[in-house]
Design a protein around this ligand. Structure first.
Ligand code: SAM
Length: 149
């Protein structure tokens, strides 16, 4: 979650949201709560869920429609994330995982998608008006454009 912007926006739009961040970093969970407070969101649960760990809190999640992962593929420890995503999609066969990411290096999740029997499609930002430079661009060196799948 970090500052939890996508989840906070979803909650402001009326979605029932559960925010999560790494269970071992309570300050991150506190940041999520502070974001909720700052935005007048009283009913948003915040859970410590660590990618790659099948914990009681993960197993006991209610039914999910959408799993949001915004900028979670930023370190090449992708299998932990995909394990958690694969688990949640098995538990919620009609759910989808939506993720935005930056191409920071020539890392790829293709082999891991095959291993975890997952498939993905690119969601072009221009299909929902999000391809504007002030949203998806970056002045940092290298390719830092935002992509979505
Ligand atoms: C780049 S930030 C995402 C920022 C977020 N999109 C936002 O709007 O604030 C990546 C997040 O992943 C979390 N994270 C890192 N390792 C994790 C792990 N093993 N399990 C769960 N979350 C983890 C970090 O604590 C951080 O909040």
């Amino acid at each position: 979650a970090g500052v939890a912007l996508p989840g906070v926006v979803a909650a402001k739009c009326g979605a029932r949201v559960i925010l999560s961040d790494r269970a071992e970093t309570p300050p991150c969970l506190e940041n999520c709560r502070r974001s909720c407070d700052a935005n007048g969101l009283g009913g948003v649960a915040v859970l410590g869920l660590t990618w790659g760990e099948v914990s009681p809190d993960l197993v006991l999640l209610p039914e999910l429609d959408i799993i949001l992962g915004s900028d979670v593929f930023y370190e090449p420890r992708f299998e932990d994330i995909l394990l958690t995503v694969a688990f949640l999609l098995r538990m919620n066969p009609r759910a989808q995982f939506w993720t935005t990411y930056q191409e920071r290096a020539d890392w790829s999740i293709e082999a891991l998608l095959q291993r975890w029997k997952l498939s993905c499609v690119e969601v072009r930002l221009d299909t929902f008006g999000a391809d504007r430079p002030e949203l998806a661009g970056s002045s940092l060196p290298g390719s830092h454009s935002v992509l979505m799948m």
